[in-house]
Design a protein around this ligand. Structure first.
Ligand SMILES: *Cc1c(COP(=O)(O)O)cnc(C)c1O
Length: 228
């Protein structure tokens, strides 16, 4: 078994273990393999080992890779910052976008989503740790944006995404993930139907699963450290 296949198997085992410990069905958690900075060979190796969902955070880099992998049955997730003048290639090339943080971005994605493709699956990115430098919507602003996005024709609003601050403090980590889940539950009581919590990366996906994550986005633990 190559390194990527072995790492992938290790991550899947850890996902299954955390799910079982939380009394959850491991099949309710989707692993997105984050391939930013890694080339097509790494993606092909992960695909050969059974991986289907892949995440990219830099649009230009993603657009250079995706066409050359069109022979594989991959599900592409855009998880990075979105510039409003760069929405069209995202609407055309991805199945999911996790990082919507403005109504205007969602409007453009909906307008530009090709009619031949199913609706774009969208999460709203929330700034759960309140860091000024972090991307994402402030928790108190999510409701208005979610209501607007949920009405857009070519978008299916699936849920919320967050990237909490890096911390060794396990209690703080749990608190951040729990706050995203509580926000999702509040919105659902308020009439939305959000089934997705995109939270958890290489260093914290087990805590995220314990808190209810349905999508974990894992790069380093599968592909090794990124050089840039
Ligand atoms: C890079 C990235 C990840 C994966 O991070 P790792 O720590 O390598 O697992 C997850 N989510 C987003 C938004 C990223 O940019």
């Amino acid at each position: 078994m190559n390194t990527i296949a072995a790492n992938l198997q290790g991550v899947i085992s850890r996902i299954e273990k955390s799910a079982r410990e939380a009394g959850r069905d491991p099949r309710d958690i989707v692993l997105v393999a984050v391939t930013k900075t890694f080339g097509p060979d790494a993606i092909r190796a992960a695909h050969a080992a059974g991986q289907r969902d892949f995440g990219e955070s830099y649009m230009q880099e993603a657009l250079e890779k995706i066409p050359g992998l069109a022979d594989l049955d991959l599900v592409w997730h855009f998880i990075g910052p979105i510039q409003s003048n760069k929405t069209r290639p995202i609407a055309e090339s991805f199945a999911w976008v996790h990082s919507v943080d403005r109504v205007k971005i969602a409007e453009r994605l909906s307008a530009q989503r090709p009619a031949a493709l199913p609706p774009l699956q969208v999460c709203i990115e929330v700034n759960v740790s309140g860091e000024a430098t972090k991307a994402g919507v402030a928790p108190e602003e999510v409701r208005a944006i979610a209501k607007a996005v949920s009405r857009m024709a070519r978008i299916r609003l699936r849920g919320l995404m967050a990237i909490p601050e890096l911390t060794e403090d396990a209690a703080l980590q749990r608190k951040r993930f729990a706050s995203l889940r509580e926000l999702r539950d509040t919105l659902n009581r308020d009439g939305l139907a959000l089934d997705t919590l995109s939270m958890g990366m290489s260093d914290d996906f087990e805590a995220a699963i314990a808190a209810g994550s349905t999508i974990v986005r894992v790069g380093t633990a599968i592909f090794g450290p990124r050089v840039r």
